[in-house]
Design a protein around this ligand. Structure first.
Ligand SMILES: *Cc1c(COP(=O)(O)O)cnc(C)c1O
Length: 355
């Protein structure tokens, strides 16, 4: 149990009046959670303080060698006014595995969840009410020791900020067009593809820029060794329904183990689908499309929950999926997951924690 000191803001900010214009990650609540790590002392001084800029030494290791990582999760407003979290312990566990890979001292799962709940409680009035809106929560850790040597920092800050965010599909669920990247790679075996660190994203921006210039909304990454097997999309995992069966890449080393991915697999299995966590070659997927067997494709991630894919372009081949409209399994997953997250459906899997 953390002993969290709470210092409330003197002059609370004005809440947004129009929840349809929230967008994503643009405004922040009144408070933030901060906890420090010092070698020899461990994690200490857990506190909730007014949201404010940080003061860091320009030599802080995070600025030079990117010893940094993050998580992403949401708090949802139920119809009865209560607020709830979706599988927060999974984010805590994933952050531990991320910390391990980056040589950052771990934070106990209970402390992480306690900190998230405490911040959401203090800023509860910031959880929006409109359909499909949520409070996006961004925990992150940065190396703060001031020294220009490549090594594990002796000091860190673990911080949680929160941002009221709009409905992802304010204009209805429209399938996205995806560009299969055959030049740049996101992750290689032995690297950091399976953790949520900023460095992965810094290296991926160039491919997203290219895809955007070509008129696509997202990049589908192939494996970093052969550029042959599909791995994931931008900040989402990806699923394929081929001839009645479901396929998604295994999360061994190079693919981020998404909590939405995990939840979809559990739901699909409970509905009787066979889910194959196997490597799938992009050429096999394009062949399946040509044979009329590529039935549905969708991405999964906390922000969009489920994102149907309407078109895949790989080199000179193009696959149009389900006539460019959302497929029935994709729709059922979206309805079920969002139903559970916003408390409109019963929580049969024990995924919900109230704040
Ligand atoms: C966060 C993330 C995902 C999705 O994970 P969720 O836990 O479902 O939000 C997928 N891929 C990458 C690269 C990510 O950073």
């Amino acid at each position: 149990m953390l002993d969290i000191k709470i210092e409330k803001v003197a002059a609370p900010k004005q809440h947004p009046t129009d929840e349809s214009k929230l967008g994503f990650g643009k405004i922040f609540t009144d408070h933030m959670f901060v906890m420090d790590y010092t070698e020899g002392q461990g994690w200490h001084d857990a506190r909730i303080v007014p949201y404010a800029p940080l003061v860091l030494d320009p030599a802080a290791l995070v600025f030079h060698y990117a010893q940094e990582c993050f998580e992403g999760m949401k708090a949802y407003r139920r119809a009865d006014g209560g607020v709830q979290l979706f599988r927060p312990e999974k984010n805590a566990q994933r952050m531990q595995s991320t910390h391990q890979r980056l040589c950052i001292p771990e934070i106990p799962v209970e402390d992480f969840v306690q900190a998230v709940k405490a911040l959401v409680k203090v800023d509860e009035a910031w959880v929006p009410h409109a359909d499909g809106t949520s409070l996006y929560i961004r925990p992150f850790t940065i190396a703060t020791e001031a020294v220009l040597g490549v090594k594990a920092s002796a000091e860190y800050k673990f911080i949680i900020i929160a941002s009221p965010s709009g409905a992802y599909y304010a204009e209805g669920i429209n399938p996205v067009r995806i560009y299969v990247e055959d030049q740049y790679v996101r992750a290689t075996p032995g690297g950091t593809g399976y953790i949520k660190c900023g460095g992965n994203y810094a290296a991926s921006i160039i491919a997203s820029e290219k895809a955007h210039q070509l008129g696509f909304s997202q990049v589908l990454w192939l494996d970093g060794v052969e550029r042959k097997y599909v791995e994931e999309v931008g900040s989402m995992n990806i699923f394929f329904k081929i001839d009645g069966q479901i396929y998604t890449a295994p999360t061994v080393g190079t693919v981020l183990p998404g909590i939405t991915r995990m939840s979809c697999i559990e739901l699909l299995k409970s509905w009787g689908y066979q889910v194959n966590e196997t490597r799938l070659a992009i050429t096999d997927i394009m062949d399946a499309a040509e044979a009329g067997k590529l039935e549905e494709v969708f991405g999964t991630g906390t922000a969009a929950v489920i994102s149907p894919v309407g078109e895949l372009v790989y080199e000179d081949r193009k696959a149009e999926i389900n006539g460019g409209v959302i497929g029935p399994v994709t729709q059922k997953l979206y309805d079920t997951l969002t139903g559970i997250q916003w408390g409109k459906l019963p929580d049969e899997h024990g995924w919900i924690q109230t704040v």
